[in-house]
Design a protein around this ligand. Structure first.
Ligand code: ATP
Ligand code: SF4
Ligand code: MG
Length: 325
């Protein structure tokens, strides 16, 4: 793929949260939520970001959108470094980037009607006024396949799947080019999940949207992503085109995650060997020296504790951080 197609370029992005304690709120430590990640997202693509709970996925999504300012690194959107942008310039760029959340109930104000929820971004960004607002609300409800009559109702009157459609409609209000989908289906019934995925795929095709699709397991992103990255304790450990990653996982952590995914082919499923990881994910307050995965890695050697593994392109567009690959 050519450079021209890159929409978002994340370079060595770090987000640390200070830990404050005592009456004087002195800083006593740092949460290494995101510890330096590098990847790009291309126009119209779905980029899957996968990792266990607490590894920094949501923080990464929020920091890209500048809802959190990064501790260091760069986030370049359509050629503009967001980390150096503020005020009105940042506000205008924010229209082009949106977020869909895991819990569609918590992310919708219960005291606002659907019409008010959808009108809010239009009004805040001065994107429509008067009659146009109502027209746009009806259009958005059509786009996400909800009845126009729903405009006067409140979030609690809807099912989980319908609420997520309202969340999607709100994200689309300002015609963005890029949406961070933060585990948008994990709170939904399995029967509804496919509907929301299909809707997101249709919208992508219709509006050439790029998605950063966050999930905690590899099976969820398999069907929808063109490329996938695996995250562990604040760092990316592997990134590749979807088929390459699922057929040739190189990092021991990716291999362990994949070994937990059932294979639809019964013959292959019978031979599947599960790699069980011992222990828990260490605290991001005190990540292990060297490779963050070394405390649980079945292959760890002395060098793994001494040196950070480099983020390297080991085959065309296949990136890995491991001393032994
Ligand atoms: N605002 C914050 N202040 C301090 N620490 C935070 C903040 N937000 C997240 N963290 C910490 O940063 C780490 C990464 O959290 P994050 O929510 O990004 O993980 P996640 O991968 O999205 O997890 P999950 O799958 O549970 O959603 C966690 O240890 C979390 O406790
Ligand atoms: S660098 Fe060492 S500890 Fe880390 S994944 Fe590779 S072998 Fe395992
Ligand atoms: Mg999260």
């Amino acid at each position: 793929m050519t450079d021209k197609e890159v929409l978002l370029d994340v370079k060595n992005m770090v987000k640390h949260f200070p830990i404050l304690a005592g009456v004087f709120q002195r800083q006593v430590g740092v949460v290494h939520a995101v510890d330096g990640i590098t990847f790009d997202v291309r126009k119209g693509e779905t980029f899957g970001l996968v990792g266990e709970s607490g590894c920094g996925k949501s923080t990464a999504g929020r920091t890209i959108l500048q809802l959190y300012r990064p501790t260091s690194g760069n986030v370049i959107f359509d050629g503009i470094d967001l980390t150096k942008t503020k005020g009105e310039d940042l506000r205008l760029l924010r229209r082009r980037m949106q977020m869909i959340f895991q819990d569609p109930y918590a992310s919708l104000n219960p005291r606002m009607t659907v019409a008010q929820i959808l009108a809010e971004p239009l009004v805040v960004h001065n994107a429509a006024k008067g009659k146009e607002i109502n027209e746009r609300i009806e259009e958005l409800l059509d786009i996400v396949r909800l009845s126009r009559g729903f405009a006067v109702r409140y979030p609690h009157e809807f099912s989980g799947g319908q609420r997520q459609r309202i969340g999607v409609a709100r994200a689309l209000a300002l015609e963005p080019e890029f949406i961070v989908c933060d585990e948008p289906i994990s709170a939904l019934d399995v029967s509804i999940q496919a509907q929301v995925i299909n809707l997101l795929e249709d919208l992508q095709e219709r509006y050439n949207l790029a998605y950063l699709f966050i999930a905690h397991d590899l099976s969820v992103v398999r069907h929808i992503s063109q490329r996938v990255a695996v995250m562990y304790l604040g760092l990316l450990v592997e990134m590749a085109a979807r088929d390459e990653l699922y057929s040739h996982p190189l990092h021991p952590y990716t291999q362990a995650l994949l070994s937990a995914v059932p294979i639809p082919d019964p013959l292959k499923e019978e031979k599947r060997q599960r790699i069980l990881l011992e222990g828990d994910v260490p605290s991001p307050v005190n990540p292990p020296s060297g490779c963050h995965f070394r405390t649980r890695c079945p292959l760890a050697e002395k060098i793994c504790a001494e040196k950070d593994p480099e983020w390297r392109e080991v085959a065309p567009s296949h990136w890995v951080a491991c001393h032994l690959v």
